[in-house]
Design a protein around this ligand. Structure first.
Ligand code: FES
Length: 147
């Protein structure tokens, strides 16, 4: 049911962890399955993604897609990272079963959420980037709560 690449990234996920003082952090969740994914980006002054880490509280496909997504954006420019869509991640993993496609969307959204956070902090606009819908803001005590 799962490709060898999916199993490999599930069993040996790359770039697991967190980055202290990250340039951008994005946390997204899927309301239906309850899975959560957080991506940390370390972006240098030339807007190159020097490092990336993730934490995923979710299914095996979500872990594998997060792992592959981090591999695909590492060392890339912001614009190149924008091209890492869920389709690109799935292709790199040699596909996912249809019922697991939504898991790969979480990885794309988490990267976009982290880029959005980076753009907001630096007061810049990233072409083609829209505010992620399922962005979960956590630990932002300084922000006023909205209900
Ligand atoms: Fe929710 Fe995979 S089942 S992300």
């Amino acid at each position: 049911m799962y490709s060898e690449k999916v199993m490999d990234h599930f069993e040996h996920p790359r770039n697991v962890g967190e980055i202290e003082n990250a340039s951008g952090v994005g946390t997204v969740g899927n309301a239906k399955c309850g899975d959560i994914m957080r991506i940390y980006l370390d972006i240098d002054d030339d807007q190159i993604i020097r490092d990336v880490k993730f934490k995923t509280f979710g299914c095996g496909a979500a872990v594998a897609t997060s792992s592959m997504a981090t591999e695909l954006v590492k060392g890339k420019s912001i614009q190149e990272a924008m091209e890492v869509t869920n389709k690109a991640v799935m292709e790199a993993l040699d596909g996912l079963p249809p019922v697991k496609v939504h898991c790969s969307l979480l990885a794309e959204e988490a990267i976009h959420a982290a880029l959005w956070d980076y753009a907001e902090r630096h007061d810049i606009k990233i072409e083609g980037l829209e505010k992620p819908k399922s962005d979960i803001h956590e630990g932002e005590e300084e922000e006023e709560e909205e209900y």
